[in-house]
Write a protein of this length. Structure first.
Length: 47
């Protein structure tokens, strides 16, 4: 899942790391946040 584009409650981003049920995402804004896996969806339309 690392490097995959995802949609989070705070916007779109790229997965940096997954730890258990937590996913660390670098948002397009440059911010890095950790989300529960249930809060992150795959961005299938990302190029």
């Amino acid at each position: 899942m690392k490097g995959r584009r995802v949609i989070t409650p705070d916007g779109n981003g790229e997965v940096l790391e997954t730890t258990g049920d937590n996913i660390e995402v670098k948002l397009d804004s440059g911010e890095v946040k950790t989300f529960a896996s249930d809060d992150v969806t795959d961005d299938s339309s990302a190029g």
